[in-house]
Design a protein around this ligand. Structure first.
Ligand SMILES: Cc1cc2nc3c(=O)[nH]c(=O)nc-3n(C[C@H](O)[C@H](O)[C@H](O)COP(=O)(O)O)c2cc1C
Length: 335
């Protein structure tokens, strides 16, 4: 699929209630061609685990830096937070690159060929995990648009090698449990080698990576008489496309923990359960941030203005919700 440039234009829009000085993004297709939309980038993105052994070229390194700068700009975030994303170069197994420290960045054989990685770090105190998921996904979509491969890794990365190499890039000792920030995820970035290797095929098969849950299992509407009702695409109106973009989102082990409830002019985002907390945080919250990124950018591409809210949980729905759901944030649709 040919994907041409998406033009990302920042405009001063309605301000989020609790982040008074935040501007939000408007994304639109530069030449209004179907292939130039954010939707085509979201649909084309997939996890790449087998890379050509050459490191990123200069032009692509510059593009990565630009994407990081844009995503870490507070006005482009889900909410302003001290999120750090750094390009880390190591010496991959098949790589000739010696990298900054010449260190091999281990992924237990999951990623082949890559020597360039992005590392995502958040403050240890009240870690803004959703905002971090949103920010790195924004970078990933920009890189996907440019034809570069990526793969979110929150589990299968070797802690000591990445903490050391990323710590050098961040200028902080991430191996020290007292350090201000912690690393929550990494992604290789490079050139897709095409063919899948055996571990890649196994992971895709085990996670069912090609599949997504049916609409009515993840999207809901509030029915005043009968309670929550599973929503089908035909009944979602202007939100059919943004919801479908959420459905295309990557998630840890493809668990798709996002539950979205359309409630008048609000869309509430819930997480169903928790996952991977042995890592020190709930991985589902990264997934929620990624989903918010897809929702937000695709709403804007269709001219739907939204405003995120973090301090107004939908108490009136409490008795209707499954016990495993936790409210994380809502979006208000601004007409
Ligand atoms: C937060 C998060 C963590 C992930 N961690 C890993 C990981 O540790 N190892 C891995 O091989 N894939 C990992 N993945 C990739 C998922 O398995 C993948 O996104 C999912 O199966 C859907 O496939 P797709 O990305 O090709 O659409 C992760 C994805 C997300 C969003």
């Amino acid at each position: 699929m040919v994907i041409t440039a998406i033009n990302i234009v920042e405009t001063v829009c309605q301000l989020p209630v609790n982040f008074a000085d935040v501007r939000i993004l408007e994304v639109y297709s530069m030449n209004m061609n179907e292939l130039t939309t954010i939707e085509s980038v979201i649909r084309a993105r997939h996890s790449v685990r087998n890379y050509e052994s050459r490191p990123l070229g200069e032009g692509d390194r510059a593009l990565v830096q630009e994407a990081i700068t844009a995503a870490c700009d507070p006005k482009n975030m889900l909410h302003p937070a001290d999120i750090r994303i750094q390009l880390v170069r190591g010496a991959g197994k098949n790589s000739t690159s010696s990298g900054s420290g010449g260190m091999k960045l281990g992924t237990y054989g999951v990623i082949r060929g890559a020597s360039d990685y992005l590392a995502l770090a958040v403050p240890r105190e009240n870690p803004p995990i959703e905002a971090a998921g949103y920010a790195l996904e924004r970078v990933i979509l920009r890189l996907s648009e440019a034809g570069l491969g990526t793969c979110w890794l929150a589990g299968t990365w070797n802690r000591s090698s990445f903490l050391q190499a990323a710590g050098e890039s961040f200028g902080m000792d991430l191996l020290d449990p007292q350090s201000s920030h912690m690393l929550v995820a990494v992604t290789p970035v490079g050139y897709d080698a095409g063919k899948k290797h055996a571990i890649d095929s196994f992971i895709r098969f085990a996670a069912g990576s090609r599949n997504r849950k049916p609409w009515k299992d993840i999207f809901f509407a509030v029915n005043p008489t009968s309670g929550l009702e599973g929503l089908e695409s035909e009944a979602a109106g202007e939100l059919a496309l943004p919801f479908d973009m959420v459905r295309c989102a990557p998630s840890a082990s493809n668990r798709q923990p996002w539950r979205l409830v359309r409630d008048g002019e609000a869309v509430h985002f819930f997480s169903d359960g928790t996952y991977g907390e042995a890592l020190g945080f709930n991985m589902h919250l990264l997934d929620l941030g990624i989903a918010a990124c897809h929702f937000d950018l695709s709403c804007r591409s269709r001219g739907i203005s939204t405003r995120p809210l973090f301090d107004k949980s939908p108490e009136h729905l409490r008795d209707l919700l499954p016990a495993t759901w936790t409210w994380r944030f809502s979006y208000t649709l601004i007409s």
